[in-house]
Design a protein. Structure first.
Length: 283
């Protein structure tokens, strides 16, 4: 599932492409992804509106729009779920099989595609209200972060997936951050020492920042041909090294040697998710 860095990379790609574009028509092909918004509500709100840009909150893309003649903007909220893609293509090109929503922008269309339909493309902003602070925002309060950990008896890896604690961190970057901080994913959150909390927060920010710089854990080319197909998913920018996943230190490296001590990387299941860690470096 795309996490904060993948969504940030996609936002930076889409923003200059859609800014100033007017929506001429709305085609909802899978109603599930726009719920609780109805197709009629979406069409009424979007048709004739102008895209002001795209921003990010946690793992959500926020399309800022302004209706014709209106002073205030409103938001279209998108979440990629597990398999979502958002991209521009020419109007003449054939739509992909799993295109869920298509916005007519004139010569191009903005396509929201989702193979498994776990994502969202909706006017409903309710999921944004309970999100925690952004870890990369200037002024992030480490004191509040530490206090919230002290109130939790959950294993620290599980707690990091709580989007009310810190927004945008998911399974991949939680494992990576704990490895860099030298903290076992099984440690109880309320048992972390102050210095460990500071080190963990620093590791989270470093891991996320590096992931954004290098692009993504997922390459653009799904077909395996090595050729770019011109569609932007949530992958790496053209100037990034081939695959960012090679830079992951523990995630999906079960039984491979630790990059620090050469002990085999271990895997365990926590809250139905796979956790990867080094048993020596993260005692």
């Amino acid at each position: 599932m795309p996490e904060l860095p993948e969504v940030e990379v996609l936002v930076r790609h889409l923003d200059p492409l859609v800014k100033g574009q007017r929506i001429r028509a709305v085609n909802v092909r899978r109603e599930k992804v726009i719920r609780p918004t109805t197709p009629e509500q979406l069409a009424v709100a979007l048709k004739g509106a102008t895209l002001q840009g795209v921003t990010r909150r946690a793992k959500f893309l926020l399309f800022q729009l302004k209706a014709k003649g209106a002073r205030e903007t409103f938001q279209l909220v998108a979440h990629l779920g597990m398999t979502g893609r958002i991209f521009l293509q020419t109007k003449k090109a054939e739509l992909p099989k799993h295109a869920a929503v298509v916005l007519d922008l004139g010569a191009n269309v903005l396509v929201y595609e989702d193979t498994r339909y776990f994502g969202r493309f909706t006017l409903d902003t309710a999921p944004l209200t309970e999100l925690g602070p952004e870890p990369l925002e200037e002024g992030f309060d480490g004191g509040v972060f530490a206090a919230n950990l002290k109130r939790s008896r959950q294993p620290i890896k599980v707690k990091l997936l709580d989007q009310t604690l810190i927004a945008g961190v998911g399974n991949i970057y939680a494992s990576e951050s704990l490895f860099r901080a030298g903290i076992s994913p099984k440690r109880r959150s309320d048992k972390l020492k102050s210095a460990e909390v500071v080190g963990l927060l620093r590791a989270i920010q470093e891991v996320l920042g590096e992931a954004i710089r290098f692009g993504s854990t997922i390459p653009l080319d799904y077909a395996g041909s090595g050729k770019r197909d011109g569609l932007f998913y949530y992958g790496k920018p053209a100037e990034a090294p081939d695959f960012y996943e090679e830079r992951l230190l523990v995630y999906d490296r079960f039984n491979q040697p630790c990059v620090k001590c050469e002990s085999p990387i271990k895997r365990l299941i926590q809250a139905t998710r796979s956790t990867y860690f080094c048993p020596t470096c993260q005692r």
